[in-house]
Write a protein that binds this ligand. Structure first.
Ligand code: FAD
Length: 401
């Protein structure tokens, strides 16, 4: 595509977004309830502007702009996708659909799924019809994920069809109680640790699946213990070969870490950190933040945040060109999540004692404090910071194991 074609694409995209992105969808997201996750239980009537925005974007395949059109995507090139993201950021458009299907399962299916599996699942992910959850961690398998014990044994074939019977427990399964389907790691062989794992998909409404929410320090219950009691899973739902699930799992984790690292990037167009600090300490006569210490801390933070944004952009370009180092997602995950935790520490300091309010209307139910507490988990979810540093040490610095 020539520069002129790309300019035309930018002009057309800008006009289309101006016409189709409702004003409400250009407002900052205020809580998890503001986020559209789609799925069978999604109620479009609860937020008509959000539903219009999702329908418009899904109609163009722009919930997944760089996926092929055959699978519900927009078929855009990397350069066009970047233009779309820039134009959305310029009008502060919200992401039309948050989805583990888009950020995690989709890329794994595109690489490892059969044509039938892609056609069955990807378009439904792109339209937000099915909400997915991730069944990786277990009570004794977190950082040491390959130690997982949830078993998938061959079914006695009385019921017909080739199937596994799955038994075991997952933990920290985000939104398991709201998800429609799960992508899940199971043990199909005890002969080898990594080499005995398979990657399967199944409906959370299958008989034998149950969930129990876990209450967090922030007062929310975004994740669950998930139990499988003789759950029948057709072998046709296995992605890639039996006992080769570790390859799929690792590939997916790279995409998960990339998604989580995005937390380190500030929302385009406005700076809530600076706005919050101005509201608390005000400006001096020269129009600068009145508290010099806070001003210096925020300036220092902004330098790190901008350096991270530049590094992210370079990394994504390298990834799309197939030149990324395999440990780069770990670098991004580590730095992005540590940065996000620092951002919220600073936001709490900038907001003063008021940000510790928990229930008042003015604090929107303690939104700042709850978000700050939630960020504590950023450096744990998707693989802890310590584990990312181990990967970086081994793969990039080539230190011995
Ligand atoms: C908010 C949130 C959402 C999550 N969502 C999901 C989900 O949807 N699905 C899912 O499957 N899982 C999910 N998880 C689980 C997550 O992947 C695990 O918590 C994570 O991998 C760490 O495992 P663990 O909790 O068992 O801790 P452990 O592995 O027990 O680690 C405990 C501590 O030991 C350290 N440690 C462990 N091994 C090493 C080592 N080799 N070197 C140095 N230090 C080490 C860790 O860094 C950590 O500080 C989620 C977690 C959180 C916090």
């Amino acid at each position: 595509m020539t520069d002129t074609d790309l300019d035309t694409f930018r002009t057309d995209t800008r006009a289309w977004l101006a016409a189709h992105c409702p004003p409400e969808m250009r407002e900052p997201v205020r809580s998890d309830k503001d986020v559209c996750w789609g799925g069978r239980r999604y109620d479009p009537a609860a937020n008509p502007a959000q539903a219009r925005w999702l329908a418009a974007m899904a109609g163009k395949g722009w919930t997944v702009p760089d996926w092929p059109t055959a699978y519900g995507g927009g078929g855009l090139s990397p350069a066009q996708t970047k233009v779309l993201r820039e134009e959305m950021a310029a009008i502060r458009a919200r992401n039309p659909l948050n989805s583990f299907g888009i950020s995690m399962l989709g890329p794994a299916l595109l690489k490892y799924g059969t044509e039938g599996q892609k056609l069955e699942h990807l378009p439904r992910i792109a339209r937000g019809e099915i909400r997915w959850c991730q069944g990786y961690s277990e009570p004794n398998a977190g950082s040491d994920l390959a130690g997982l014990a949830t078993s998938a044994d061959d079914a006695d074939d009385d019921e017909g069809g080739d199937a596994y019977i799955v038994n075991g427990q997952k933990v920290w399964t985000s939104y398991a109680d709201e998800a429609d389907w799960i992508f899940c790691l199971v043990r199909t062989s005890k002969a080898s640790k990594q080499g005995g794992i398979s990657f399967v998909l199944f409906d959370m409404a299958s008989p034998g699946v149950s969930t129990k929410p876990i209450l967090l320090i922030s007062g929310y219950s975004p994740f669950c213990e998930t139990f499988f009691d003789n759950v029948r899973v057709p072998k046709a739902n296995r992605i890639h070969d039996e006992n080769k699930g570790w390859d799929v799992a690792k590939y997916l984790l790279g995409h998960e870490r990339e998604m989580i690292s995005g937390m380190g990037l500030a929302a385009g167009g406005r700076n809530p950190l600076v706005e919050g600090a101005i509201a608390t300490v005000g400006l001096d006569r020269d129009g600068r933040l009145a508290d010099p210490l806070l001003r210096a801390q925020i300036a220092q933070f902004e330098v790190r945040a901008r350096a991270f944004a530049a590094m992210s952009e370079r990394f994504l370009d390298e990834l799309k060109a197939g030149r990324a180092h395999p440990a780069q997602p770990s670098m991004m995950k580590y730095y992005g999540t540590e940065l996000n935790k620092d951002r919220h520490e600073l936001a709490m300091a900038a907001g003063g004692a008021d940000t510790l309010e928990w229930e008042s209307h003015a604090s929107r139910g303690g939104a700042a404090a709850r978000t700050w507490l939630r960020t504590k988990a950023n450096s744990i979810e998707g693989g802890t910071s310590e584990v990312q540093l181990n990967i970086i040490a081994k793969r990039i610095l080539e230190l011995p194991s």
